[in-house]
Design a protein around this ligand. Structure first.
Ligand code: GLU
Length: 465
């Protein structure tokens, strides 16, 4: 039975890299009919906040990354870590270290001065501490007694074989003086207790993995498989940051992206299935394998994400989009309740926009009179337009209010004045919507309704030459 997990630290929002790691872990579990566990690694007490935890849960929820177990919270498991530490202490695999920060700083300085790599020198290892009296008033940390020699090797599911010499690893602190475990210890106990079979995480953790493997071995626990996913960079090759576009998952929610677009984008970021660019989550789950994760860092391309967003928007159900666009329209000062049927408005506009936010911006004039700028007026209101519009208004007052009849009324009016269609359609569009770019004017007027159309024309009539 395959068991994977996502183990975020709640020290900020869920960023794109974290979301992609979660997505890969989730997909791997789903692909194999396994279990996906969510664990909140909140042991950095100063930086962890309930608001961040909530932000992460909201983002997972929005992306549809459902978990089968959890969320578990490390700070609720302190007794368990303490019990394992006590066992390791009793077996001589861990020990108390009383070295002060100043003392360790001096030690490292001396090592550097001697041309050595700074590392803990084992001064409180049991064999070195014999006869030493622990300094009064110092609460010790607990260190893991790392093996002195040998090599730690694992076959990384993404990167292939990786080895570290134990000589490179020193005795890491596994529990702070206040009884809170460090990341490398908590993560091992949890992955062990939660029977995690595949640890899929960012490759910023590659250096931690040999330390963790040594702890598994000391505990006699089965070592899980590891797959380290390369990070996401900006297009300039720098580590992804705000200057490359939004990095918070929920920013994309706020900006009106559909979750399936972001999922598809993240899935394709550093993983591929032939040339397929757009695929559903079902297909992704069916196809996903760790072997096709790229070994080199992926580059974030906001334009491609926007393109995907447009593809999904076009395909999305109109009623769903109507629900999604409503709060954006409210933010734009539009109450959709008494206005044109929003589902039809959405259907008319969705091909023309990239996000739900753009959809709202494009729909504003259906719910609120928008006045054209003087520039637009000067551009589109030609001499004689007033008389032509008066004639059109007379026709519009009596016709059956549907697209063909509206279109017919416009045609009859331009014919009457010996004009071509755009000579009336363009200024009419500007008068009624305040914009020069809209869908076909007959479709727009049909949705707006006769009363609103005539009222807006009347309001703009004084500006016509
Ligand atoms: N809490 C760690 C992080 O957010 C988890 C790393 C891991 O998955 O082991 O980086």
């Amino acid at each position: 039975m395959i068991r994977t997990r996502f183990a975020p630290s709640p020290t900020g929002y869920l960023h794109l890299g974290g979301a992609r790691t979660a997505l890969f872990s989730w997909a791997f579990a789903r692909r194999h009919g396994g279990t996906f566990v969510l664990r909140v690694e909140d042991t950095d007490v100063e930086r962890s906040t309930a608001a961040s935890t909530q932000a992460i849960l909201d983002a997972m929820d929005w992306l549809g990354l459902d978990y089968d177990e959890g969320p578990f919270y490390q700070m609720q498991r302190l007794d368990r870590y303490r019990a394992v530490v006590d066992q390791l202490l009793a077996e001589g695999k861990a020990y108390h270290c009383y070295a002060s920060k100043e003392e360790l700083d001096t030690m490292r300085e001396q090592q550097r001065a001697a041309g050595l790599k700074p590392r803990y020198d084992g001064r409180w290892r049991p064999e070195n501490a014999k006869g030493k009296t622990p300094p009064a008033g110092v609460r010790p940390v607990i260190r893991f007694r790392n093996p002195d020699s040998g090599v730690v090797t694992w076959n990384d599911l993404v990167k292939g074989d990786i080895s570290f010499a134990n000589e490179e690893l020193d005795d890491l602190v596994i529990m702070r003086a206040d009884g809170v475990p460090t990341y490398n210890f908590g993560v091992v106990i949890d992955d062990w207790d939660m029977n995690i079979t595949h640890v899929i995480r960012g490759d910023d953790h590659v250096n931690n993995t040999p330390r963790q493997i040594n702890i598994y071995r000391a505990l006699g626990a089965a070592v899980p498989h590891f797959g380290h996913v390369p990070m996401i960079l900006g297009e300039d090759g720098e580590r992804l940051s705000k200057r490359h576009g939004a990095v918070s998952v929920m920013q994309y929610f706020d900006d009106g992206y559909l979750p399936e677009a972001l999922n598809n984008y993240l899935a394709r970021l550093g993983w591929s299935h032939g040339d397929d660019e757009t695929f559903s989550m079902e297909q992704f789950v069916e196809w996903f394998d760790l072997g096709h994760i790229s070994r080199s860092p992926a580059k974030f391309n906001p334009e491609k994400l926007l393109w995907l967003s447009q593809q999904y928007l076009k395909a999305a159900d109109d009623s769903r989009l109507a629900t999604l666009v409503t709060p954006f329209l409210a933010r734009d000062g539009c109450d959709t309740a008494g206005g044109p049927d929003l589902v039809r408005v959405v259907a008319l506009l969705k091909e023309r926009v990239n996000t739900v936010e753009e959809l709202a911006d494009a729909a504003v004039y259906f719910y609120r009179a928008m006045h054209p700028t003087d520039e637009l007026r000067a551009q589109h209101y030609a001499a004689g337009l007033g008389a032509m519009v008066d004639s059109l208004v007379a026709r519009l007052g009596t016709i059956a209010w549907d697209k063909p009849a509206i279109s017919e009324a416009i045609k009859a009016t331009v014919t009457e004045f010996g004009m071509k269609m755009p000579k009336l359609a363009m200024p009419l569009r500007v008068m009624v919507t305040g914009e020069a770019q809209t869908p076909a004017i007959d479709a727009v007027l049909e949705l707006l309704g006769r009363d609103t159309t005539l009222a807006r024309i009347a309001a703009e009539r004084p500006h016509l030459p």
